[in-house]
Ligand binder design. Structure first.
Ligand code: UDX
Length: 448
């Protein structure tokens, strides 16, 4: 269990009553973790079905370590679930907004859920409350939330708005909550600052206090920088392919320079997920609104798209014609340890293979059910219950997510099962030479 044992022994400055609005990845993790920090938490979501399932301790998505934390804190009485937002607001002093801010066609974030919650907060403002944005929102949203609450509130009760952007990674969200690199709080009053400091008092990490606009911007700047780092190494991987060099060694050597750092230098088929694609697009939009064309990030997006296209081209170059070729896909989620398929590069790759007339057999340790919502089983596309049945009689085996368990596969067995032993490694997971020794044809992304 990730939550540090020491936390339990610590004296809490104050136990807060917290309402987390939104039971998605951000909201549910935050709610369970705040409860583990001994606050009294109600997690509210308008999706009645989701709330009923959560009351029965059934989680709507896979996230390591979350289920035991939810169960434990329901049992202790620290965590409850409800669809009655007004009530949740009334009985809480601090309200965290963790509702969805999905991208619109122009890249801007749809803030209608944030605005809706702000109105409901205003109507239920019966004592001082601190309203904290946790969802990723464009700079200046805090100001809008404040204006909306002022506009709709009925009494003269005092309130504060703050920003506390979330940096949790899917698959490591519980760990990231308890061991963050930093906590950012954007506030306008000492009262709000002290409440947020109190809430996080037992986490030993730097807490950066800023104004609200700056806190909002930190989130977009951080995610856009990380996406840029990935696109940078992906471009280098392309050049490595052209020059016959090895991107793995390049990123190893680059990463040892402390100013660069080794994280996020893993070349592959590009970034996906619910954050990077959305946040990069939103940052471009925000900058444009402010009067600046963020061409740097537009290129980051272009490079990211080129990566999965390059992967498809590489497979085609090897197999020549894809029509009626049998291709096994291992790994579907946008990254390991999650069942999340949002913006997963696997989706574009699979669609391209289908359009070329290939037959596909898909397997993922966790994302199979999510993938079935995107791809319907047909004569051209099937799901397999295990990796070995997936590769049977295949002309090509593609690895699209670097799940740990794929490292334990028996490649001698796989070689015997395949029709033609060709591995296309979209995540540079494997030692190409070791596989070539087993007489596989092997290609990676910018890898020798
Ligand atoms: C990200 C941020 O890391 C997190 O701080 C923020 O709160 C939400 O967005 P997440 O989307 O869960 O988290 O995943 P992350 O681990 O950051 O990976 C994002 C994508 O980049 C994945 O598709 C991953 O495969 C890809 N990636 C990551 C690379 O292609 N190369 C790398 O070196 C690192």
């Amino acid at each position: 269990m990730t939550s540090p044992k020491k936390l339990k022994k610590k004296k809490y400055t104050k136990r807060y009553s917290i309402c987390v609005v939104g039971a998605g990845h951000v909201g549910l993790v935050a709610a369970a973790c705040f409860a583990e920090l001994n606050h009294k938490v109600v997690c509210v979501d308008s999706d009645e079905h989701r709330i009923q399932s959560l009351k029965k301790k059934k989680l709507p998505f896979y996230e390591p370590e979350l289920e035991p934390l939810v169960k434990k804190n329901i049992k202790s009485g620290n965590l409850s679930f409800s669809s009655a937002l007004g009530e949740g607001i009334k009985k809480s002093e601090v309200i965290f907004l963790a509702v969805g801010t999905p991208p619109q066609v122009d890249g801007s974030a749809d803030l209608s859920s944030v605005e809706n919650v702000a109105r409901i907060v205003a109507r239920n403002l019966d004592s001082y409350k601190l309203i904290v944005e946790k969802s990723t929102v464009p700079v200046k949203t805090g100001r809008k939330v404040k204006e909306a609450i002022h506009r709709y509130k009925k009494s003269n009760v005092d309130f504060d708005v703050a920003s506390n952007p979330e940096f949790l990674r899917e698959g490591k969200a519980v760990y990231d909550f308890f061991y963050p690199d930093r906590i950012v709080v954007g506030v306008e009053s000492k009262r709000a600052e002290n409440i947020l400091k109190d809430i996080y008092a037992s986490l030993k990490t730097p807490l950066i206090v800023t104004d609200i606009n700056t806190a909002e911007l930190i989130k977009h700047a951080s995610n856009s920088f990380l996406a840029t780092k990935i696109s940078f190494i992906n471009v280098v991987s392309h050049i490595c392919d052209l020059a016959g060099a090895d991107v793995e060694k390049v990123s190893l050597a680059m990463g040892l320079d402390k100013r660069i750092g080794k994280e996020f230098l893993q070349a592959g088929i590009g970034y996906g997920g619910s954050c990077f694609p959305k946040d990069v697009a939103a940052f471009i939009y925000i900058a444009k609104k402010l009067g600046y064309e963020l061409n740097l990030l537009k290129e980051v997006e272009n490079i990211n798209k080129e990566q999965w296209i390059r992967f498809v081209e590489k497979v085609k170059e090897h197999l020549w014609i894809l029509r009626d070729k049998k291709i096994a896909i291992l790994g579907l989620s946008f990254k390991p340890d999650t069942d999340d398929m949002r913006c997963a590069p696997s989706v574009n790759i699979i669609e391209s293979f289908i359009n070329e007339g290939a037959h596909l057999i898909l397997f993922d340790p966790q994302a199979q059910n999510q993938a079935k919502k995107i791809f319907k089983t047909s004569s051209k596309l099937k799901f397999s219950q295990d990796p070995y049945s997936a590769v049977k009689d295949c002309d090509c085996l593609c690895f699209l997510t670097e799940w740990d368990q794929f490292h334990k596969l028996d490649f001698k067995k796989i070689k015997k099962l395949m029709h033609y032993p060709f591995i296309a490694d979209g995540r540079n997971m494997f030692d190409g030479d070791a596989l070539r020794k087993l007489e596989f044809d092997y290609i990676g992304m910018g890898k020798l």
